[in-house]
Design a protein around this ligand. Structure first.
Ligand code: SAM
Length: 335
């Protein structure tokens, strides 16, 4: 298998993620008026099974909640904030935030992915009236990076292979305009939704370290990060997950250091982050999703594979970490 084939298998996981989200929206688990333009008609498939829809619901609800809290914390501290989504794929979060209650808290929203994915996303955005209207005045929206990127007053779509040395990739694309896209002094949240697992642990650490350095050169920057990922792939069920993906030519080098929940915060703590926490989707479903929401989704579809659901949800986790310089009080209430 050539590395090109391996990369195209990794890129295909974006279609899976978009179809899973679309399915959860169709079945009433989630609301998202912006996903449809990202799901080409030729890719449409029957909705996913209930177990997958519930997993998508738990993951999306938990990450939405953490992001919402980040925006709220920024507002409470009288500052705007920035969000950077790495391996963003067809994610619609920018559009949901930019049309939601916290839109004024957002100073910049950056998405990065392989150029093949950002080119496709940029085209889908320009083709859709609903999506482009949210970017602002058309005169302020420009195709960038030879058609592989898009820039607008707040939203920036940038091509980058996250495995390459960050100084060469992140550093260059983020500095490519007339002024740097990200201010190093605004609180900034990184999102890694199902992406670091496809990279080596050293490559992911280099990305996190690069951002930590970018935001703390003078000790004023606050950095938060959310990682959603499979883990515990060393146990028997985990090995089945690995085999299933291997059959599709996808390997998961990023899961190696994380055999259990206790190991996950190390991703941040080893890089000097101030605090870090991890919860499995199983724990989140049991203890953090409101009973009213659990009751509502239990009415949507017949679901009798509860044991299998717990087993699957126990192999996915959300890990969030915060780097706050000593001089700042931001974020103690986050998470
Ligand atoms: N974050 C989106 C979501 O949750 O809906 C997409 C998740 S999808 C499973 C993984 C995404 O990560 C794909 O869009 C893929 O192209 C991207 N990705 C994986 N490895 C990458 C790399 N080395 N550089 C840039 N993007 C990468």
């Amino acid at each position: 298998q050539s590395s090109q084939d391996a990369d195209s298998s990794i890129r295909l996981t974006d279609t899976d993620a978009a179809l899973a989200r679309f399915s959860a929206v169709q079945k009433g688990y989630l609301q998202d008026p912006y996903i449809k333009p990202f799901v080409p008609r030729s890719h449409l498939q029957p909705p996913r099974p209930p177990l997958i829809n519930i997993g998508t619901f738990v993951r999306a609800t938990a990450i939405d909640d953490l992001v919402f809290q980040w925006l709220q914390t920024s507002t409470n501290h009288g500052t705007r904030c920035q969000i950077v989504s790495l391996g963003a794929g067809s994610d619609t979060r920018f559009w949901r935030i930019a049309t939601g209650a916290h839109k004024d808290a957002l100073a910049a929203y950056v998405e990065m992915d392989f150029p093949e994915i950002t080119t496709k996303k940029g085209m889908a955005i320009r083709k859709s009236k609903e999506l482009s209207a949210v970017l602002g005045d058309p005169a302020d929206v420009a195709v960038a990076h030879g058609g592989t990127g898009l820039s607008s007053p707040k939203y920036h779509l940038l091509p980058a292979d996250l495995r390459l040395p960050p100084k060469e990739t992140l550093g260059k694309v983020l500095a490519s305009g007339s002024s740097p896209i990200l201010s190093p002094t605004l609180p900034t949240l990184l999102l890694f939704e199902c992406v670091l697992v496809y990279m080596s642990p050293a490559e992911s650490s280099a990305v996190l370290q690069w951002f930590r350095d970018y935001f703390s050169p003078d000790g004023s920057g606050v950095l938060g990060s959310i990682v959603y990922e499979m883990f515990r792939l060393q146990d028997s069920f985990g090995r089945v997950m690995v085999q299933n993906l291997k059959a599709r030519q996808v390997s998961l080098p990023g899961a190696a250091p994380y055999p259990d929940i206790a190991s996950l915060p190390g991703r941040y703590l080893n890089l000097g982050f101030t605090s870090a926490h991890a919860l499995t989707l199983k724990e989140i479903r049991k203890s953090y999703i409101s009973p009213a929401e659990l009751e509502r989704i239990s009415q949507l579809e017949l679901m009798d594979e509860i044991e299998e659901l717990d087993l699957v949800l126990d192999h996915y986790a959300i890990t969030w970490g915060l780097f706050v310089p000593q001089s700042a009080s931001f974020g103690a209430e986050w998470g």
